[in-house]
Design a protein around this ligand. Structure first.
Ligand code: FES
Ligand code: FES
Length: 167
């Protein structure tokens, strides 16, 4: 039988205790053991960003961190962001600007974009592109995603957005 290690961490504000295999990555544990399937797995090699979660506030790839490394950490997944004003602004803007199609990449984009807007409330389109460059989308062509993040940033700064097109 495979050896396990006991870990304890907080997920979306709830304390969780689990016995995990030392080789299990965090994204698998969140999906399979915690039922948090909003964390998606694409490449499982750190390339696509679909598995992005926040660990102690930093957006990281859930497929590149072992669950044992999250022992004692505060983890937030897309399911835990519902009441966050930055996330709400991003979600509305993604819908309005058609920044998602199949939605597979969307949780990762939202969590990465939320981190960006917390660090820089007034990012240029270039900075948005650069910050999101580690997240891959196979559907949208990215323009709409950049538009959506820009729109959310405008709204969070309290600026009126008069045009239904570009902010
Ligand atoms: S599944 Fe983790 S980066 Fe692709
Ligand atoms: S919306 Fe389909 S992969 Fe991005």
């Amino acid at each position: 039988m495979e050896p396990t290690t006991d870990i304890e961490f907080e997920v979306n504000g709830k304390r969780v205790r689990l016995a995990v295999s030392p080789r299990e990555h965090l994204a698998d544990v969140l999906r399979q053991r915690c039922g948090l399937t909003g964390t998606h797995l694409g490449c499982e090699h750190g390339v696509c960003g679909a598995c992005t979660v926040r660990v102690d506030g930093a957006a990281i790839r859930g497929c590149l961190i072992l669950a044992v490394q999250a022992d004692g950490a505060q983890v937030r997944t897309i399911e835990g962001e519902g009441d966050d004003p930055v996330m709400q602004a991003l979600q509305h803007a993604f819908i309005e600007r058609n920044a998602l199609q199949c939605g597979y990449c969307t949780p990762g984009f939202l969590l990465t974009a939320a981190e960006l807007l917390e660090l820089d409330p007034d990012p240029s389109r270039e900075s948005i592109r650069e910050y999101l460059s580690g997240n891959l989308c196979r559907c949208t062509g990215y323009q709409a995603i950049v538009d959506a993040v820009e729109l959310a940033a405008h709204r969070l700064r309290g600026e009126a957005v008069t045009d239904a097109g570009a902010p």
